[in-house]
Design a protein around this ligand. Structure first.
Ligand SMILES: [Zn+2]
Length: 379
């Protein structure tokens, strides 16, 4: 994720802060600057610390999801903190609905635990939650108690907000998981995303009526994310039916040891092919991509051997794998392309672009079929 930097690493997961995160600290400072009559600085400092502690809770929430995912052998690359919340980059959706349910529930469960601890601690230092007027009064003045009571309320809000049954909120994922247990994944996604969009519309109208710009923005975000989730699920069902052995380019140009960069430039200019295998006999020993070539041309005037600029490390996939599995492998490894093998025999290269192209074609074919089916009764 660009524009973000690492602040910690826990169980192999990078915890990163996005550059825009500082906006929320400024927001906290401004909110609290007027709370101490004689010292705006002291108030502002309180606001900043409160925001940092809130986001520590958000990080623990995301770690809840991440560690649950790791328990099911799903890799988690990083957690990025944005001003509006955290995102855990979990490599793929789990196959089993029960796993998805547990991973989604693990986040809010962490906030329930934190809230319970804060409830006991604040009760222990004499906060009487029955006396609402006193609690509300206490919430205005910065103090240690105020900090704890705010964190308690914020954690409770996090639980309720995340349980709204709308993608990409945890409640939406939990709903889909429960539906998928009885209806299968495709149908469950359809229903859950529809519920999500309806919830988002209600949330958006509520936001507009109450002049809550932030809530309206979040509702918009939820609405579009639900739509995106649906198309991801659709493409998944299409892509699981096709093997990568049927989708790689069988007529791809390849390079030999001893070929130079100028030959690749020729190939790129005369074909639309972006990636080339470097062959030694019938064995692939490396891969040269268009960007490798461009980088060499930009930094080097000499016509180098392709073996000098090729990538020696590349992913290998079996021809019988489905396009969806290959796409997931590519994304898990942050790679653009993989070499397709039938046993030990090299067949060709396949890239993320090839897969999305295959998807577009398949969706077109499918739609044509649907159209024909719709027309046939009238003939
Ligand atoms: Zn969550």
């Amino acid at each position: 994720m660009g524009w973000s930097f690492r602040i910690a690493r826990i169980r192999g997961i990078d915890i990163k802060v996005h550059a825009t995160f500082f906006l929320i600290l400024i927001f906290g400072a401004l909110q609290w600057a007027g709370s101490v009559p004689d010292s705006p600085l002291q108030g502002a400092l309180f606001g900043v610390v409160l925001m940092i502690l809130l986001f520590a809770c958000v990080t623990l929430h995301e770690l809840g999801h991440s560690i649950a995912a790791q328990l099911f052998d799903i890799p988690v690359r990083e957690i990025v903190l944005f001003p509006l919340g955290g995102v855990a980059f979990i490599a793929r959706n789990p196959e089993k609905p029960l796993q998805e349910l547990l991973i989604a529930a693990a986040g809010p469960a962490v906030n329930v635990v934190i809230a319970a601890i804060l409830f006991v601690v604040t009760g222990g230092i004499g906060v009487d939650f029955m006396d609402t007027a006193a609690v509300l009064e206490a919430l205005r003045e910065p103090s240690f108690t105020t900090m704890l009571v705010w964190l308690l309320f914020l954690n409770i809000s996090l639980v309720f907000f995340n349980l709204i049954p709308a993608f990409p909120l945890d409640g939406g994922r939990m709903l889909r998981a429960v539906l998928a247990m009885g209806l299968g994944n495709a149908r469950a996604t359809q229903i859950a995303t529809a519920v999500g969009q309806v919830s988002a519309v209600i949330l958006g109208i509520f936001g507009i009526l109450n002049g809550q710009l932030l809530l309206t923005l979040i509702a918009l975000f939820i609405f579009f994310s639900a739509g995106q989730e649906r198309s991801v699920a659709e493409s998944k069902t299409v892509l699981t039916t096709l093997r990568v052995g049927d989708a790689y380019n069988k007529h791809a140009l390849s390079l030999e040891i001893g070929d130079r960069v100028s030959k690749v430039v020729d190939y790129i200019l005369t074909s639309y092919q972006p990636d080339f295998a470097v062959m030694q006999g019938s064995n692939i020993i490396g891969v040269v991509t268009r960007s490798d070539v461009l980088r060499t041309l930009a930094t080097d005037g000499t016509d180098r051997y392709v073996t000098e600029i090729m990538q020696r490390e590349f992913l290998r996939v079996e021809a019988h794998r489905s396009l969806d599995e290959v796409r997931e492998t590519l994304m898990e490894n942050g790679a653009q392309l993989a070499a397709v093998f039938d046993g030990s025999r090299y067949l060709g290269l396949v890239s993320l672009d090839d897969i999305s192209e295959a998807f577009t074609v398949l969706m077109f074919v499918r739609r044509q079929k649907e159209l024909r089916q719709q027309r046939s009764p009238t003939i």
